[in-house]
Design a protein around this ligand. Structure first.
Ligand SMILES: Cc1cc2nc3c(=O)[nH]c(=O)nc-3n(C[C@H](O)[C@H](O)[C@H](O)COP(=O)(O)O)c2cc1C
Length: 453
């Protein structure tokens, strides 16, 4: 009996303390939100032509990356403004035309608190976002059951609302520096402006240039070369679809470049294809010029292999449709080579380049792969051939029945090559062959994957 008043006192104190904490959290969130909104509006006001960077953040990492994204873009000469995604209306997103989004996941696969109203009001069904293109950086942590749950839900809502992704969603596991560098790389591709040196310099291994062969002598397009590197110390493990990051020489280093790996660990070397780029003054591009013109056989190179889950292949019994153009053949080659030594469910390669006389990249190897069964079917399109000029997307249109049948048997479609022209053309051709809903379903179930640049 005598203990009761004391219990009541403790209980009242506990409730009071809890209320104080709740109020404090709510206040600090509201303050953070206001501060972000203020910063956002101060950047957002003037220039409507600027690139929109929107974020959804719970503990600040997504917000920080959004600001780093915007300032990198501004430094590269692309004006950018930052906004809280949760404060925008779909009509404002649509009006922006292009948006880069950084979004984290919290709770159990939930969106940040600042997104709850937006999610309830807008994300329960599709909005009208036709004409909007977007890039998405999803932050998360693989130790949670629903990895990047909110980023994935957002991606799916954007697609269902008619928006087009500029590149595959990039997922960041616990601040993974490689994935963040990949985002930086894509910023450069999307804006056409080199984005300054890496935010997080990677730890490289030492490799040496072992071979370099010209794939398209006489081509009307830029020179394409197959380069091979051997490890100096240890060779890391990797799988088809992974990416080689090359550190450019210099102190400080002017950054890194990414290339789709065209070989497998069993080859004992990393191979990839580089196109010689030309600067406006006619001189060779910084990275491609160095790799193709300056580097001598035996010279050391700083390189690491980055896992690129979004472009890994399915198990061997699943039919595989590989579609690409130009240097994109590199990312596809590792996939058919991975099947060369085992029974598999079929590999169909559709490849596009300029001329059959000069741009039939790796022709002898492709013929051998066909003869051995590593490739089941090969279709090529050469856009500048006088009689038969076609693009790779036309191969899809011409073989719709076959494509539908492969997809009906569970095929996975992998697309690698240029973002402009090829991947949008291929996407449109796949949409008309399979239907928009079917293609969306393939995207969401990981059966349509793109590695485009
Ligand atoms: C309470 C809590 C819950 C989380 N839940 C998830 C989750 O379900 N899935 C996930 O991928 N990451 C989850 N994360 C990891 C965060 O997404 C990750 O740390 C992210 O970088 C945070 O970004 P932010 O600071 O912008 O909110 C969670 C983190 C916290 C603190």
């Amino acid at each position: 009996m005598t203990a009761d008043p004391i219990r009541w006192l403790w209980a009242a104190l506990a409730v009071g303390l809890w209320l104080l904490i709740v109020a404090g959290v709510a206040l600090s969130r509201a303050r953070a939100r206001r501060a972000a909104t203020l910063r956002a509006s101060s950047l957002a006001s003037a220039d409507d032509a600027s690139l929109l960077v929107a974020f959804a953040s719970q503990t600040g990492q997504a917000e920080e990356l959004a600001w780093m994204t915007a300032s990198s873009l501004s430094d590269a000469g692309v004006p950018a403004r930052v906004a809280l995604l949760g404060d925008l209306e779909p009509a404002e997103l649509k009006a922006a035309g292009r948006v880069l989004i950084v979004a984290s996941t919290t709770g159990e696969g939930d969106g940040p608190d600042a997104m709850s109203w937006f999610a309830r009001k807008h994300m329960t069904g599709p909005a009208d976002l036709s004409g909007l293109s977007y890039g998405l950086l999803a932050l998360g942590d693989r130790t949670y059951a629903d990895f990047c749950g909110f980023g994935r839900a957002l991606d799916s809502w954007l697609q269902r609302s008619g928006a087009t992704s500029l590149f595959n969603r990039i997922e960041v596991d616990n601040g993974d520096a490689g994935a963040i560098r990949h985002w930086q790389h894509q910023l450069g591709v999307v804006t056409g402006h080199a984005v300054q040196a890496d935010w997080t310099p990677p730890a490289y291994d030492c490799w040496r240039l072992a071979a370099r062969s010209h794939l398209n002598p006489g081509s009307p397009g830029g020179e394409a070369w197959l380069l091979a590197f051997e490890p100096v110390d240890h060779a890391p493990d990797w799988v088809a679809g992974d990416i080689a990051e090359i550190g450019l020489p210099g102190d400080p280093s002017p950054g890194s470049r990414e290339y789709s790996v065209a070989s497998l660990p069993s080859d004992g070397r990393v191979e990839f294809i580089v196109r010689l780029m030309t600067r406006p003054d006619g001189s060779p591009g910084l990275a491609s010029g160095w790799l193709i013109r300056d580097l001598a056989l035996g010279d050391p190179v700083a390189m690491r292999i980055r896992t690129n889950r979004g472009f890994h292949g399915p198990s061997p019994e699943t039919p595989l449709i590989l579609i690409g153009n130009g240097t994109g053949l590199a990312g596809l080659r590792a996939h058919w080579r991975a099947r060369a030594s085992q029974p598999h469910g079929g590999v169909w390669l559709m490849f596009g380049e300029r001329t059959s006389a000069h741009d039939a990249f790796l022709d002898a190897e492709l013929q051998t792969a066909l003869a051995s069964g590593a490739l089941t079917r090969l279709d090529r399109a050469f856009s500048r051939d006088a009689q038969d000029g076609r693009y790779v997307q036309q191969l899809i249109a011409q073989n719709t029945d076959e494509l539908v049948s492969w997809v009906g048997r569970g095929a996975v479609i992998l697309v690698c090559g240029s973002l402009e022209g090829m991947s949008t053309g291929v996407h449109a051709a796949l949409e008309s062959a399979l239907g928009t809903d079917r293609l969306l379903e393939l995207t969401e179930t990981g059966r349509y994957r793109r590695d485009v640049y």
